[in-house]
Design a protein around this ligand. Structure first.
Ligand code: NDP
Length: 319
């Protein structure tokens, strides 16, 4: 196994990772960034991004991520293809294995590995992804204003996104597969009391209908075994996200769902010199702009950590 030394190693290339890179590079920390499996992250599977400040006309998700990358490169970030496949945070410097064949020994590690939306995994969902099928109501709801849409899920995310959609769309059907919801009582009462949200209990998605765009959904009622079609133009999946944090499980404090726990108000994890930002540690907001903000925090925290470490070393050398 080859070994290489790095000052700041950034794992992941969404808005959090690239923003961390921009700040770290401008601070002279010579960051190396590994892009991971999906360079650019979740935004590369989004269409128009209209809610990121600074783009008054909106921007396509993949274009925005290319802009982020260019900006990170401009200040000298060493951006590389490759996937972090393992870590060892038991000794310092921290060790991160890339593609099972290179070990990077890093003075500071910034985790920005993001999260992946869970999907239903039915063929029509894949076919119509980006053509009316979305896993982000806040990103794409606006395209269905005054139209009828459906959302799948019965957790807090589904309730929150259904409430959001109800303010934009004419009618929101909520497909809940059981006769009860997992969401907190307050979120449930919010959707139950919104006149243009109709909850369809015991309802599963049999198929999303449409060729080039969503035209409807065929619903399967698992209590009556009945199938029927609803005309809709937007179909939202809100059945949870999975943070991409499996390789850190043995070292970092995480919640039950695998989101990395950070010290409130900072990006610090329980391991000194390891910082987390973006969706890998945020299950509440999950926006490009909040991810970017937390990437900035991670770079600033890393910079402070490294300065303190340098001073420590200087004191030891002088004493
Ligand atoms: P959850 O895991 O809590 O809920 C997922 C929902 O999707 C459940 O209703 C589940 O149904 C349903 N589901 C899962 N798979 C399928 C499927 N294949 N077909 C149909 N339905 C399916 O995920 P959330 O994203 O809602 O929440 C994740 C965490 O984040 C929670 O802890 C939540 O409280 C938190 N959160 C908090 C918010 C806040 O405080 N403002 C906002 C958003 C999230 P079933 O119950 O039948 O398994």
């Amino acid at each position: 196994m080859t070994t290489e030394k790095a000052n700041v190693l950034i794992i992941g290339s969404g808005p959090a990772g690239y923003t961390a890179a921009i700040y770290a590079a401008r601070a002279g920390l010579k960051p190396i960034l590994y892009q991971g499996q999906q360079p650019g992250g979740q935004l590369t599977i989004t269409n128009d991004v209209e809610n990121y400040p600074g783009y008054p006309e909106g921007v396509m998700g993949p274009q925005m991520m290319m802009d982020f990358q260019k900006q990170a490169e401009r200040f000298g970030t060493d951006i590389r293809h490759g996937l972090a496949t393992g870590v060892d945070f038991t000794s310092y410097p921290h060790k991160v294995t890339i593609d099972d064949n290179l070990v990077i020994e890093a003075n500071a590690v910034i985790i920005s590995t993001g999260a992946s939306a869970k999907w239903l995994n039915i063929p029509s969902e894949e076919k119509l992804n980006g053509k009316g099928v979305s896993a982000c109501a806040v990103c794409d709801g606006f395209f269905f204003r005054q139209q009828d849409v459906a959302i799948v899920g019965g957790g807090d995310t589904a309730c929150e996104e259904a409430s959001y959609l109800s303010k934009i769309c004419k009618k929101v059907y909520m497909l809940v597969r059981k006769d009860e919801m997992r969401a907190s009582k307050i979120m449930q009462s919010r959707v139950l009391n919104t006149p243009n949200i109709e909850i369809l209990w015991n309802s599963e998605t049999d198929e999303i209908l449409g060729e080039d765009e969503v035209t409807g959904v065929r619903v399967f009622n698992n209590k009556t075994n009945e199938k029927y079609e609803l005309p809709i133009s937007g179909f939202f999946v809100a059945i949870g996200h999975k943070p991409n944090t499996d390789i850190f499980t043995d070292y970092l404090d995480m919640d039950d769902a695998g989101y990395v726990r950070t010290v409130p108000g900072t990006s610090k994890t329980n391991v000194e010199g390891v910082f987390a930002c973006g969706d890998a540690q945020d299950k509440i907001y999950r926006q490009a702009v909040t991810a970017a903000g937390s990437g900035c925090m991670a770079a600033l925290d890393a910079e402070r950590f490294l300065s303190a470490k340098e001073m420590e070393l200087a004191e030891v050398t002088n004493s």
